[in-house]
Design a protein around this ligand. Sequence first.
Ligand SMILES: CC(C)(COP(=O)(O)OP(=O)(O)OC[C@H]1O[C@@H](n2cnc3c(N)ncnc32)[C@H](O)[C@@H]1OP(=O)(O)O)[C@@H](O)C(=O)NCCC(=O)NCCS
Length: 182
Amino acid sequence: MHHFLPNGQSLVIRLPELDEAAALMHCLQQMTRESDFLLHTPEEALGMDIPGERAFIKSFRDQPNHLLLVAVVDGFIVGYLTVTQGRFYKQAHTGEMGIAILRNYWNLGIGRRLMTAMVRWAEDHPLLELIYFQVFAHNEKAIQLYRNFDFQECGRLPGGIRQKDGRRIDLVTMCRRVKQLS
Ligand SMILES: CC(C)(COP(=O)(O)OP(=O)(O)OC[C@H]1O[C@@H](n2cnc3c(N)ncnc32)[C@H](O)[C@@H]1OP(=O)(O)O)[C@@H](O)C(=O)NCCC(=O)NCCS
């Protein structure tokens, strides 16, 4: 899907190619340095490597029940979104989502476009009924983005996150039904 950002740059939302493993890895590593709202620390992200990232992309390409989208601005990967379908039969109707964008590209509507593409994909998915994820309770902007897409808080793990400075932060679970039960 091709769009234009408010600053005129071109944005494409699409599946990544296998030969974009290095670009995706560098993007993910940079995100962990720029935002404390992600699970990986920058040090943990340094443990990523190109073969591993290639295998990660391949696992999504081979398995169309999962979704890995990248946001590409003027040829550079600046964000991604994943949905991983529940592995076992009893959870195969659920998908866990993740999303992140490089700081320089926040507030340009890229998150909204990734979410729009994800919801369309999930609504067409043969099995998925429920999309969910966990978000740090003080990540107000992300929570607002999710509310804009009708996600609702459905649980909270008090102190579920321990930041490096020792702070404990609640983890909020949010979910949205993408198909009505028949
Ligand atoms: C959260 C994130 C994905 C949002 O992406 P984005 O491209 O900046 O989002 P958008 O520009 O599409 O804006 C999304 C909405 O945020 C809301 N928003 C923007 N700034 C806000 C603020 N300071 N407070 C509350 N809401 C805010 C707006 O409602 C906006 O929607 P609208 O302009 O269409 O009304 C991005 O900031 C990010 O990657 N953050 C770091 C990683 C992260 O937190 N990931 C989520 C983990 S659960």
